[in-house]
Write a protein that binds this ligand. Structure first.
Ligand code: NAD
Length: 299
């Protein structure tokens, strides 16, 4: 088997379980040395069991790979810095950052508490920004010192909830839509350094989704989180330097490229809202409708 990430060093956040665990195992199978970041949180972000991260690292070592465990909180500025420092200290370099850690605190908007909003925005949105910011500063420094572009990667994790919209998840969906926007903007900023920034939108059977409905054994197999990781491994590889600013859906039997917002019908601006109203209606009637949760079906 050709090893796509030979010699590369990757941080995977939230790598103790679910989708992140498979990213870490997949990257290690393809030759990467991996920092397994995880605080061992419960699904809602509260304190849980931190031992699972060590099991992933042990599994990688048992298969002949290299891994270290990092227990920092992705939403902590200093924690994110120390995660990047740990990769550099342990392995002497950093090539790939996979921002995957996540929590859920679903609630209808009218009942959502401030804590439920803040916790989800912190782990997903700040938890993507903070590690990316410290990794990007390292890559900029390296590029300055060598006079060459790096061949580095940030791979974020968005969700159909954010890019298409899911009821009961204004906090989570807003964070995930923010991550998709962050991906596009960071890709434009970091391209000159040789850093690509992409996002995946996974569909997988994990503790995050297991309670949503009944799943047959076939449903569970097709949604095994291991199906999400090949996309991440390819994007992480040195070969994928020309793919940036993209969102790719993976899991549940399909891999798909997501297409972003587009400007639709337009008219000249008008001062009178009464005149403008009918024109807005005509434009909306002409425009494509927002997609449903499958990304295709029109509302
Ligand atoms: N499972 C799906 O179908 C699905 C769909 C869309 C998006 N996602 C996203 O994929 C990612 C992984 O989800 P999963 O389904 O594997 O969930 P999971 O709950 O199995 O794993 C999430 C991991 O993140 C860790 N974590 C939580 N807060 C953290 C913090 N502050 N710092 C470090 N680690 C932290 C947890 O301990 C856990 O190990 C998340 O970003 C999630 O929003 C999953």
């Amino acid at each position: 088997m050709a090893r796509l990430c030979e010699g590369r060093v990757a941080i995977v956040t939230g790598a103790a379980r679910g989708v992140g665990r498979q990213h870490a195992l997949g990257l290690a199978r393809h030759g990467a040395r991996v920092v397994i970041n995880d605080i061992g949180a419960e699904l809602d972000g509260s304190e849980g069991d931190a031992s699972a991260a060590h099991q992933v690292a042990d599994e990688i070592r048992a298969a002949g790979g290299e891994a270290v465990v990092n227990g920092d909180d992705v939403s902590s500025w200093e924690g994110a810095r120390s995660m990047v420092d740990q990769a550099l200290e342990a392995f002497g370099r950093l090539d790939v950052l996979v921002n995957n850690a996540g929590i859920l605190r679903d609630r209808m908007l009218v009942n959502m508490t401030e804590d439920e909003w803040d916790a989800v925005i912190a782990v997903h949105l700040k938890g993507t920004f903070a590690p990316s910011r410290h990794a990007a500063a390292h890559w900029r420094q390296l590029s300055k010192e060598t006079g060459e572009k790096v061949n580095a990667r940030i791979i974020n994790t968005t969700s159909t909830s954010g890019i298409y919209g899911n009821v009961g998840q204004t906090n989570y969906g807003a964070a995930k839509a923010g991550i998709a926007a962050f991906t596009i903007i960071a890709a434009r900023e970091l391209g000159r350094l040789g850093v690509t920034v992409n996002a995946i939108s996974p569909t997988a059977y994990t503790r995050m989704t297991e309670g949503l409905r009944e799943y047959s054994p076939d449903d569970i197999e097709i949604r095994d989180p291991r199906w999400v990781s090949p996309t991440v491994v390819y994007l992480a590889s040195a070969q994928a330097g020309d793919i940036t600013g993209r969102v790719i859906q993976a899991g549940n039997g399909r891999v798909a490229v997501c297409e972003g917002w587009r400007r639709g019908a337009e008219v000249d601006q008008l001062e009178d809202p009464e005149q403008l109203g009918p024109q807005i209606r005509t434009m909306i009637a002409q425009a494509r409708k927002n997609s449903g949760m499958d990304g295709l079906e029109l509302d």
